[in-house]
Unconditional design. Structure first.
Lengths: 314, 300
């Protein structure tokens, strides 16, 4: 089983490496966005799938990362790579501060409050509260990153940035899965009262999951800003959060393969059916309902609780 | 002072529309524990259906009172049928599934309705005719009240009282409350829970359709994706009042409407949306289950 999975991942990475050399520029851009969205969806999954908190405002952290990079680069002229620490730490702090007063809320109330945060965030960007977010049009002309004097401006370079981003995220999530924190989150998700009785500090782990996922989403935001060399409030609005939320649930909560498939299904497929322009979202809605009816736990659900074989022997 | 009262009247009008729509959210949540994200789009759909019926009837019947009454009745029937259909196709198969799966199903249904409207009527806004409800305004001590506003207020209050009476005084209402508290126990008491859910969707959709028609007649312009924003506002109203709680939805709708109107009147309308959600967040932090929501024994 594990071997099969390794081969599968090997093939997946190989395809991802070959992809930019066979795709034309439009599809290369779609593939790059796929990698970025996968990362954001995976980070959303830490909160939604693993910690079991209904967060429908994840685009905030994605947006914070992207805007940090954009503002630092265009206003203060900071090179892109040096903006990365800010694009990670700022969403991290925001994630913890925003979730601190609300993590104790019950499921749907948490969902509504995060929607509220997201709408306040986009409105603040649109109304240009801080004076440097560029209002409804956003910020243009973000420079491309450079390493040792080489400018990484080509689409392929950005693609590989996104690819590395996804690899880092997969590595973090793999570590999370097999660590004490991952087990604690899983337990909290199954039964928060029981986990608390077992001595797990549920509040700490919930804040931790928000912080971690916000940090990853922020990093993804940097790559997003680089890819489009522009950011605008529309890219981080509530509808976008709904997209990430749906990706996780359609793919399969707390299943990495599921989230990747979900991103493919929810983002790449609609791009493929672009010629059906208007009807595609109608069909899409039907597909969402059908998938949920046939596979309520997602296309590729996570498998848990496989009791080791030696328990059954003799 | 006149501005204040004027904004209060405007806010009450918008608030009662929100309250009507919020009732649909809160009743479905009460029985199914599901956020029916498609409800807002059903409301938008009802405005379009109502407009079509109105145009058809305008050629046949000359009395505008008769037209309006018929439009409300026909639209309510059609939208209720759609509500039941929605429940049957998108939510019923997911009764036993994890709760979030039903939320995704609701989002899918919302996409279907929204884009269905766009495919049928096109992406450009439609305008309600201005001559259906005569444009009469009364000036009471410097405060203007239109006939349309009066109609909205009176009809919404009547509907809310009827609903309150229905839920609290009739046998069917008692069955509905019982299903909301504990479906299994209700089933054991001989209540046909599936029928109750169907009735909930009928009532919720019918009230939503009245709200949708009011939006069309009051604001006149309707557009295919307006369901999102009106639905979300109404949903916030339901949450503020305490979701699952019928008087809570009415109170939440009124509060939200007045709050919105006062902000638009005194500050600026571009901040109304953001501050609405700030209000929501503050209420969620200090009263985690809404103003009238039941207190749940849970460690905070």
């Amino acid at each position: 089983m594990d071997n099969k999975k390794n081969i599968l991942y090997g093939v997946f990475f190989l395809v991802l490496i070959i992809l930019p050399f066979i795709l034309n520029s439009r599809w290369e851009s779609v593939a790059t966005t796929f990698l970025i969205y996968s990362t954001v969806a995976l980070s959303q999954d830490i909160v939604l799938g693993r910690a079991g908190m209904f967060d429908m405002g994840h685009a905030i952290f994605f947006g914070l990362g992207a805007y940090s990079t954009a503002i630092l680069n265009t206003v203060y002229g900071v090179p892109i790579l040096l903006t990365i620490p800010v694009a990670i730490i700022l969403p991290l702090i925001a994630g913890i501060l925003l979730s601190a007063p609300i993590v104790h809320l019950r499921g749907d109330y948490l969902l509504v409050t995060t929607i509220g945060f997201n709408i306040v965030f986009t409105q603040a960007l649109k109304n240009n509260v801080f004076g440097f977010t560029g209002g409804p049009n956003g910020i243009f002309g973000i420079a491309s990153p450079s390493i040792f004097g080489y400018s990484l401006s080509s689409q392929t370079a950005v693609y590989f940035m996104a690819f590395i981003l996804l690899l880092i995220t997969l590595f973090v999530i793999r570590n999370l899965e097999t660590s004490k924190i991952g087990r604690a989150l899983h337990y909290i998700n199954e039964d928060s009262l029981a986990s608390e009785c077992a001595g797990i500090n549920t509040r700490f782990y919930r804040l931790f999951s928000f912080g971690l996922s916000a940090a990853i989403a922020g990093l993804a935001g940097t790559v997003f800003a680089v890819q489009f060399s522009a950011v605008s409030p529309e890219a981080f609005n509530f509808i976008q959060s709904v997209l990430f939320f749906t990706i996780v649930l359609v793919g399969g909560p707390s299943s990495v393969e599921g989230v990747l498939l979900g991103t493919f299904f929810m983002f790449v497929l609609p791009e493929m059916f672009r010629q059906f322009a208007e009807a595609r979202y109608l069909i899409f809605g039907i597909a969402m309902i059908l998938i949920m009816i046939w596979r309520p736990k997602g296309i590729w659900p996570a498998k848990f609780g496989r009791i080791p074989k030696y328990f059954f022997k003799d | 002072m006149e501005i204040f009262i004027q904004q209060l009247v405007n806010g009450l009008t918008i608030g009662s529309i929100y309250a009507l729509v919020a009732l649909g959210y809160t009743m479905v949540y009460g029985v199914l524990k599901l956020i029916n994200f498609a409800h807002g789009d059903l409301v938008a759909f009802s405005a379009y259906v109502g407009l079509v019926i109105m145009m058809q009837l305008a050629g046949v019947i000359s009395s505008s009172v008769v037209i309006i009454v018929l439009v409300f009745i026909f639209t309510a029937i059609i939208i209720s049928a759609f509500g039941v259909l929605l429940e049957r196709l998108a939510y019923k198969p997911l009764r036993k599934a994890p709760r979030l799966s039903a939320v995704v199903s609701a989002l899918g249904a919302s996409l279907i309705i929204e884009n269905g409207i766009m495919l049928i009527w096109g992406p450009r806004p439609k305008i309600f005719p201005s001559n259906i409800v005569p444009n009469i305004n009364w000036n009471i001590g410097g405060v203007y009240i239109g006939l349309m506003q009066l109609l909205v207020l009176v009809i919404s209050f009547v509907l809310m009282f009827v609903l309150y009476f229905f839920v609290n005084q009739t046998k069917l209402g008692a069955a509905m409350r019982a299903s909301a508290i504990d479906q299994d126990a209700a089933r054991l008491m001989g209540i046909n829970v599936d029928r109750i859910i169907m009735i909930t969707f009928i009532i919720g959709s019918a009230l939503g359709s009245v709200g949708g028609l009011f939006i069309g007649m009051y604001y006149r312009g309707i557009y295919f994706n307006m369901g999102w924003i009106y639905g979300l506002n109404a949903f916030v109203a339901a949450i503020i009042g305490g979701i699952g709680n019928i008087p809570g939805a009415m109170l939440g709708g009124m509060l939200l409407g007045i709050f919105n109107a006062l902000i638009s009147g005194y500050l600026s309308s571009s901040w109304a949306l953001a501050l609405t959600y700030v209000l929501l967040i503050v209420i969620m932090i200090f009263r985690p289950t809404g103003i009238l929501g039941e207190r749940v024994a849970e460690k905070v």
